[in-house]
Write a protein that binds this ligand. Structure first.
Ligand SMILES: *Cc1c(COP(=O)(O)O)cnc(C)c1O
Length: 380
């Protein structure tokens, strides 16, 4: 039997070993690591609100009122008034009939997808979909078909194939994609995907993890920016990125949400998130759609433009290729006081290791200019 040490040595040899990094400060543009201040370009706290007084206050007030633990799963006695209030508020904000709050975005995908499709159904997904969507699809037992990133022709041919398989039976076809892709920062051609899903009578789930709070009117997301919200069956996302907290959500029709409450194992068999977190989530939602939220989104957009003329989002990848070379550049940046993660397989395809720079509304112009200057010296 091979030992854990042998396996770790192999991981080391391929330049794929990962280690935890301990932050001794709150999440913000400047963080403390090993007693040293670092400029942080690795956080998904796009609006810079994870350490905001508004959210901290709402969280603390939630704790004062509802304690720290939820006590049980949502279907037993773990659902408290703040959970319901957040779900109502989110559904109204997203203009869907209903919404459901999960412990994480990962739990949302791995719970909801197998609740919607099973072994007699077909899931068609973009090659660059996040691991949570892939794992949800695998767990469902449905037949999986993958299309190259944003390749509409291939998506259409998979849809035709899926119809031949399913015939006139009651099988479902579910398309999975992201609106803003997590490791490339580019966007999906959602208008065309919606046309295809309608034409081929398929369901569509869009993961707005990196768009919620950032894109669209009032930060409603990229689907809303394109005016597509009512054409998408399932809009999922997370509260762990622009919303500055943690937890995941799914927005859909009332019937789908009721079915998912009855079927999603990650929802049924896991203790409810603390009610105080749900209270903070409502405060985050309010901040996102307020004029303060608009100001933060403007600042974020200005920071993105300052860094790059062509970036489509706050995620800016610098693809280097080999693992060791990428780690070396990340280390040089680290030595100069910049926290920029090296992203490697299996998070991204082999041979496409990269630096993943994420920008926040609260980065200063100087912080962004200085990283830009350092990068021009290190990679051409
Ligand atoms: C981060 C992320 C998730 C998972 O959300 P968590 O709340 O962190 O579990 C799901 N999908 C995408 C695209 C993500 O980037």
């Amino acid at each position: 039997m091979r030992s854990a040490e042998d396996e770790l040595a192999e991981i080391d040899k391929s330049g794929l070993r990962r280690q935890l990094r301990i932050l001794e400060s709150p999440q913000s543009p400047v963080v403390m690591i090993d007693g040293r201040e670092m400029i942080n370009f690795s956080s998904n706290d796009y609006l810079g609100i994870a350490n905001s007084s508004v959210l901290k206050k709402a969280f603390v007030e939630g704790i004062e009122k509802f304690g720290v633990g939820s006590g049980a799963s949502r279907l037993i006695s773990g659902t408290h008034a703040p959970h319901r209030d957040f779900e109502r508020g989110l559904a109204e904000f997203k203009r869907t009939e209903a919404a459901l709050f999960f412990g994480s975005g990962y739990a949302t995908a791995t719970g909801a997808i197998p609740a919607v499709v099973g072994k007699n159904d077909i899931v068609i997904l973009d090659k660059l979909c996040h691991a949570s969507l892939i794992d949800g699809a695998k767990l469902s037992g449905a037949t999986m078909r993958i299309f190259p990133h944003n390749d509409l022709a291939k998506l259409e041919s998979h849809l035709r194939w899926a119809h031949e398989q399913i015939g006139n039976g009651d099988g479902r076809i579910l398309i999975l994609t992201e609106s803003v892709f997590s490791m490339d920062g580019d966007v999906a051609p959602l208008i065309e995907i919606v046309e295809l899903k309608k034409e081929h009578d398929a369901l569509l789930l869009v993961d707005e993890a990196h768009a919620f709070g950032v894109f669209g009117p009032d930060g409603r997301g990229y689907a809303a920016e394109l005016g597509l919200d009512s054409d998408i069956d399932f809009q999922m996302g997370t509260l762990s990125k622009a919303a500055g907290l943690s937890g995941g959500y799914l927005c859909a029709s009332k019937s789908w949400i009721d079915l998912i409450i009855n079927r999603a194992r990650s929802f049924i068999y896991s203790t409810a998130p603390p009610p105080a977190l749900a209270a903070a989530a409502s405060a985050s939602l309010k901040l996102i759609y307020s004029s303060d939220g608009d100001v933060l989104r403007d600042q974020l957009r200005a920071n993105i433009r300052r860094f790059s003329e062509i970036a489509e989002s706050a995620i800016i990848p610098k693809i280097i290729g080999e693992n060791d070379a990428t780690l070396a550049v990340a280390k040089q940046l680290h030595d100069k006081g910049y926290l920029v993660p090296a992203i490697r397989f299996p998070t991204v395809p082999r041979g496409t290791a990269r630096l993943r720079i994420t920008l926040s509304a609260t980065h200063s112009a100087e912080q962004i200019e200085s990283l830009k200057n350092e990068l021009t010296g290190l990679i051409c």
